[in-house]
Design a protein around this ligand. Structure first.
Ligand code: C5P
Length: 324
């Protein structure tokens, strides 16, 4: 049985519009119905999957899953999405050998960058190979949607339109080569359930109520112009059409994030926006030099030792596999 290294890229939201409650057979599921444009970026975690060592086997773990991580805040038990992904695979395919997973965390936690989801996606892809299950990408995505709404996208990555809970995906032309500067305070995280719940409390009255109304709202919602700009690879237009409804609740509650966004905007990027439920803010740039200028400008404007900044690129793939 082979061991594998998996590269698991982070994602940003170029567009996030909240339509209403997510409905199944006319009943709310607790999720929101969204229109999103999701984009992989080159900031990545790395995971190694090995068959359980003899020493670990003697621990008689049930399920036989052992997780290691170099980040002190990452839990190593069932509360971790990586562990849950491996446990789900074990439950679906019992009798397989156990697995030892080493997670090298580079994507910040609680950042709105789908760090946990992309790690879970990597485990699904990796165990499919290690256990020689032969599952298709679609089958892996169906399993992934049981773990979280962003997991299916993280498996395929690139640029995608995502509707429903965020797990109904249509691939879009890739935007490889556009640069992105990410900024996050490492002492600040935002809870995704909190962000959506607060949005619900404040804006529920304006939600589209029926499936028909939701479809109309999707058509009118402004994502069409962004899709056109993506098709034409028009960086200026893409920058101007970035949108995130969750900014309406996260920015007022977190003034440091609003300030960071303002400082990014002051550097005249193609566009700037908060990603997902935040608190990461990103800015797009059309060259490495422009990205470096944004990085230097924001670093110079905010003398906060807790502010982390990264320069990376939009990328056209999700989980990448390297046999060890
Ligand atoms: O799917 P995931 O576990 O990442 O979602 C975290 C939380 O974000 C959900 O429990 C829900 O509160 C909120 N959410 C939502 N609608 C979505 C996606 C997430 O309300 N489409």
């Amino acid at each position: 049985m082979r061991a594998y290294t998996l590269i698991a890229p982070a994602k940003i939201n170029l567009f996030l519009q909240i339509i209403g409650e997510h409905l199944q057979q006319d009943q709310p599921t607790g999720y929101h119905s969204l229109v999103m444009v999701l984009q992989s970026v080159s900031l990545s975690d790395e995971l190694q999957l090995h068959p359980l060592s003899g020493e670990a086997r003697s621990l008689r773990l049930d399920p036989p899953i052992l997780l290691h991580c170099d980040h002190p805040q990452v839990p190593l038990d069932q509360t971790n999405l990586v562990y849950r992904a491996a446990a789900l695979m074990w439950q679906k395919f019992p009798g397989q050998p156990g697995v030892e997973i080493t997670l090298h965390k580079r994507i910040p936690i609680g950042a709105g960058l789908a760090g946990g989801s992309t790690d879970a996606a990597a485990v699904l892809v990796g165990l499919n190979l290690m256990w020689e299950l032969g599952l298709t990408q679609l089958e892996l995505q169906e399993l992934g949607s049981q773990l979280g709404a962003d997991v299916p996208f993280c498996i395929c990555g690139g640029t995608s339109l995502a509707v429903g809970r965020g797990d109904q995906l249509s691939p879009l032309p890739d935007l490889e080569g556009i640069y992105v500067v990410l900024g996050k305070y490492h002492d600040l995280s935002v809870s995704t359930p909190w962000a959506y719940q607060t949005y619900r409390q404040q804006f529920q009255a304006s939600y589209a109520q029926t499936l028909e109304e939701q479809e109309q709202r999707r058509q009118q919602g402004g994502s069409g112009a962004l899709l056109k700009a993506i098709a034409h690879r028009d960086g200026d237009q893409i920058g101007q059409l970035l949108h995130n409804d969750l900014e309406k609740v996260v920015l007022p509650a977190y003034p440091r994030v609003e300030y960071l966004r303002q400082q990014f905007a002051n550097q005249s990027p193609l566009g700037t926006m908060m990603s997902g439920s935040g608190p990461t803010v990103f800015a797009l740039a059309d060259s490495a030099a422009a990205a470096e200028a944004i990085y230097a400008g924001v670093r110079g404007a905010i003398a906060d030792p807790y502010l982390d900044l990264w320069i990376c690129q939009l990328c056209n793939q999700g989980i990448q596999v390297q046999p060890l």
